[in-house]
Ligand binder design. Structure first.
Ligand code: NZQ
Ligand code: ZN
Length: 381
């Protein structure tokens, strides 16, 4: 089943219409944002002007940090309840949007954290609208939220928290520092890998769409590393970031999500670890660990995406493809070891691996039990 009900508004100055877009849902909204980038680049003033022009009243919740925390969600829930707010408007990246989604869950669950930690049912949620400021997590189109609390970083998924409106203006992204561009690129590529590498047979159409999206991201990411103000390159990368995670590229196939589970454990262990940087370290190691489960898929990736010359020696082609991907991440300035991410040789990798897989496994391409996860973490040292 594919259902993507988000009204997706894309283009220069599109954020200036946010008042009109949220008005059908609310007269009073909670405006959620992060540490101040939206004030420095003028976005905040535009949003407030647009809300005021439509007579939409607002309360503010600022200071959402990367790897967002549940404590901030609780602050937002208090405001929503006290002020009777009807919609949560996120202006930011994945962290801000996920915080907004978790706040919106308060009308449908007595204990929002129980949804994340114990899969408690969500009966309803306030509508969420977003203005994206960094193309990366795909939260502007996804039914997911990821929140940290008490040493755990957990995801929750429900169609009820998929944004009703998302605005993507590629002109906003030119103020992003290069490390954030790189983090975003690695995350959106991972969202495609998690779906692309599958044991499901007969997936030609979606395979081809996934490969085209990956190539578009890689080609334009290199342009952005040279010139972060390249508007045309941003249009390609930001649209690709939403396509990567709106769910369509996952249709008709068993998806993996092992790298995401392993990365969330890294960010839970050290909240300074950016999600995209953690994925850049883990992904090539995961690929080397699992490719033999279905070499055909990795051969196809090496030839179609990484432009490795076809050869009878299948393994040579596969490994060249993985090496070239690792070199691409490196060329974006990403770390390629756990140490470069800030972990020491004494990091509690076994404990982390056990937390990641629990009694069972993560991933589907090759099920990863905790000992497999530990092997992959160790391969990243
Ligand atoms: O806080 P501010 O000042 O806004 O600074 C942010 C933040 O420091 C900065 N930034 C954002 N837009 C900017 C900007 N700086 C300059 N100019 C701009 N236009 O970027 C920093 C990182 O922001 P963050 O929101 O954390 O980044 P991202 O979008 O990569 O989100 C990462 C989070 O999303 C989760 C990740 O786990 C992580 O917690 N994910 C959410 C998913 C979902 N909901 O579907 C799926 C993903 O796989 C991912 O797990
Ligand atoms: Zn991700």
């Amino acid at each position: 089943m594919f259902q993507m009900p988000t009204k997706y508004v894309f283009g220069k100055d599109s954020h200036k219409g946010i008042g009109e877009l949220v008005k059908p849902y609310a007269d009073k909204v909670l405006l959620v944002y992060g540490g101040g980038s939206i004030k420095r680049n003028g976005l905040y003033d535009d949003v407030i002007a647009s809300l005021k022009a439509q007579g939409v009243d607002y309360m503010e919740l600022s200071g959402v940090q990367a790897n967002p925390r549940y404590e901030k969600v609780l602050e937002g829930i208090e405001l929503v309840k006290k002020e009777n707010l009807q919609l949560v408007l996120a202006v930011g990246g994945g962290s801000v949007i996920d915080t907004a989604k978790a706040i919106a869950m308060c009308i449908g669950s007595g204990d929002v954290w129980a949804c994340f930690s114990a899969g408690a049912k969500l009966e309803a949620a306030l509508p969420v609208a977003t203005i994206l400021t960094i193309p990366a997590a795909g939260s502007e189109v996804s039914p997911d939220a990821v929140i940290s609390y008490k040493g755990r970083k957990l995801g929750f998924s429900s169609q009820k928290i998929r944004p009703v409106v998302s605005v993507v203006n590629p002109d906003i992204f030119k103020t992003l520092p290069k490390n954030q561009i790189a983090n975003g690129v690695c995350d959106m590529m991972s969202h495609i890998f998690e779906r692309y590498f599958t044991q499901t047979q007969h997936t030609d159409l979606i395979d081809s769409l996934a490969e085209a999206t990956l190539k578009t991201i890689m080609r334009n990411a290199l342009l952005l590393m040279r010139n972060p103000a390249d508007y045309e390159a941003w249009t390609e990368v930001s649209l690709a970031g939403s396509v990567a995670h709106n769910g369509f590229l996952g249709c008709g196939r068993v998806q993996d999500w092992g790298c995401h589970a392993m990365e969330h454990e890294l960010s839970a262990q050290d909240e300074k670890v950016a999600h995209g940087a953690g994925l850049a370290v883990l992904t090539p190691a995961w690929m080397r660990y699992v490719y033999s489960e279905n070499p055909k898929m990795f051969y196809q990736f090496a030839v179609n995406v990484m432009d490795i010359k076809p050869d009878r020696d299948e393994e040579k082609v596969i490994l060249a493809g993985i090496d070239k991907l690792a070199a691409f991440f490196k060329s974006l300035g990403q770390p390629n070891s756990l140490q470069e991410l800030g972990f020491s040789l004494n990091a509690p990798l076994e404990k982390m691996a056990k937390k990641c897989s629990g009694e069972g496994f993560v991933g589907n391409f090759k099920p990863l039990y905790w000992k497999d996860v530990l092997s992959i973490y160790k391969a990243c040292l």
